[in-house]
Write a protein that binds this ligand. Structure first.
Ligand SMILES: Cc1cc2nc3c(=O)[nH]c(=O)nc-3n(C[C@H](O)[C@H](O)[C@H](O)COP(=O)(O)OP(=O)(O)OC[C@H]3O[C@@H](n4cnc5c(N)ncnc54)[C@H](O)[C@@H]3O)c2cc1C
Length: 462
């Protein structure tokens, strides 16, 4: 009997478990999935019950399984839910899909596989005794352990005085339960961050008929681009295989962007064609090149890569056009709060370098997840970091691990029984946070922990 423990019941944890349930073979497995929140929550993005909170990846690329690309589309068809391969479905439907498939696999699972789902928080791991320690009491022994803990809430701004974070009107995360219900509809809201979390927040405010003015700020003031149907562009990752500098890679990218325009395609199709090759290309870059990308190009890449569906853009753009939301590029220098005037936000405008001030009743932090593991406040992470069982990657993107997710300890040893998946692998793979990549890793890890390991699977967009 092999004991496999999965920490985290988000999409990553579920996809590993589902791949284990689909694994043929005469192996006895005892699998435990630990989740600190509700077991059927499936992580923050899919918890939403709002119809207007859409997936930002089309149906055609959201199958749960890398070896069955039409699986999600087939499920929608079977359940008589309207869609086209290019539709962006509500995230709550995706949650329904995963839970339905999971329940089906559980119903027909082999008797050799024993599965336990436990609502509990893992707080530490004893690597010598091979035990996961749980919050409260108890421990679980493992032969193979997978940390599918996903992302962590955003950090606070690095300001001299962070007193404002203690205010009842400051929301440290846009996903904080009860946030929307606590608003009365007239508040002036200040949003930190202008990415997809901000657009989701605008959509929620819109659906609730929010009347107060909204202001948003980010360093570059860039909003996610919008998805658009376009002629697919052929794969060209191979052209970049010999490039070891970010400038060299972008030179080739520019050539393909021009070519796409000539054939009537679009930059979106070029980005999508590159996506499956990104882990390999990221690997080719030395740390100094990766750093240069993060400092100079990341903000531009992110808005092109993480796009919003047209339905969402219609709402956000109408808010911009009517002045219900104003967006700024700038650096926040100070935030203070007084009982009479609410929040006063001082920032330096990017374009003019002038010091400006804004007022707000409520602040919502939409900065995106904190990825520097030296700063993450979480018992499990803190304990593992202190013991040197895991270590932060040098660029503060996640944890040090191999391309297959094997965690690297502080002494440089690559673990043969402790793995990660998804967001924590960003430093190694860069493109690793969404289902098209996670489903490949989940299959890979399920094979590895059951000893059925094959060479690395290819990521694919279609
Ligand atoms: C708003 C939003 C929209 C998105 N839309 C899409 C989309 O359309 N398509 C797409 O492919 N991707 C999308 N993503 C990316 C998304 O991150 C992935 O799809 C997916 O949710 C990642 O799942 P995960 O399991 O890796 O992480 P998470 O969802 O973060 O799950 C990790 C889980 O681990 C649990 N956990 C953490 N620590 C412990 C512990 N110590 N003990 C026990 N449990 C623990 C947490 O409670 C959590 O439930 C979106 C992300 C966001 C934020």
């Amino acid at each position: 009997m092999k004991n496999i423990v999965i920490i985290g019941g988000g999409i990553s944890g579920y996809l590993i478990l589902m791949n284990l349930l689909r694994t043929p073979g005469a192996q006895r497995l005892n699998v435990v999935l630990l989740e600190k929140e509700r077991l059927d929550r499936l992580g923050v993005p899919y918890e939403t019950t709002e119809e207007a909170h859409l997936l930002n990846v089309p149906v055609s690329n959201m199958s749960a399984f890398s070896d069955d690309k039409n699986h999600f589309a087939d499920w929608l068809l079977k359940n008589a839910i309207d869609f086209t391969p290019l539709s962006f479905m509500p995230r709550k439907i995706y949650r329904q899909y995963i839970l339905d498939i999971f329940n089906h696999l559980m119903k027909y699972k082999s008797e050799l596989i024993n599965v336990s789902m436990l609502q509990a928080e893992a707080v530490d791991v004893d690597m010598e005794g091979k035990n996961v320690l749980l919050n409260g009491a108890g421990q679980l022994s493992f032969d193979q352990l997978i940390m599918a803990t996903g992302t962590f809430p955003p950090g606070h701004l690095a300001l001299k005085n962070n007193d404002y974070t203690h205010s009842a009107n400051y929301f440290p995360s846009a996903w904080q339960p009860g946030l929307m219900d606590s608003l009365k509809g007239l508040e002036e809201i200040f949003i930190i961050g202008t990415g997809l979390t901000m657009t989701d927040t605008i959509i929620s405010l819109h659906k609730r008929g929010h009347k107060g003015k909204v202001t948003a700020i980010s360093r570059h003031g860039l909003m996610p681009a919008v998805h658009k149907k376009c002629i697919p562009y052929p794969c060209f990752g191979e052209d970049m295989r010999k490039q070891v500098t970010i400038l060299g890679m972008f030179g080739i990218l520019k050539k393909h962007l021009k070519q796409a325009a000539i054939i009537g395609s679009d930059w979106r199709a070029v980005t999508d064609a590159l996506r499956p090759h990104i882990p390999q290309l990221w690997n080719q870059l030395a740390e100094v090149e990766r750093k240069a990308f993060i400092e100079h190009l990341r903000h531009r890449w992110e808005v092109c890569r993480h796009r919003m569906p047209e339905e969402c853009a219609l709402i956000v753009h109408s808010w911009l056009a009517t002045g219900k939301i104003t967006m700024y590029a700038g650096r926040i220098r100070q935030i203070s709060e007084s009982a009479e005037a609410g929040f006063c936000i001082t920032y330096i405008q990017e374009k003019t370098q002038l010091i400006k001030q804004l007022k707000a009743d409520v602040i919502i932090n939409c900065m995106g997840p904190l990825t520097d593991y030296n700063l993450i406040v979480h018992d499990l992470i803190r304990n593992l970091m202190q013991k040197g069982v895991i270590c932060a990657d040098p660029l503060g993107l996640g944890l040090q691990c191999s391309a297959e997710g094997a965690l690297i300890q502080q002494d440089g040893r690559v673990s043969d029984c402790f793995y990660t998946i998804g967001a924590p692998a960003k430093g190694t793979l860069w493109e690793t946070t969404a289902v098209p990549e996670i489903r490949v890793q989940a299959k890979q890890l399920a094979d590895r922990v059951t000893g059925m390991h094959k060479p690395l699977l290819q990521y694919s967009n279609s």
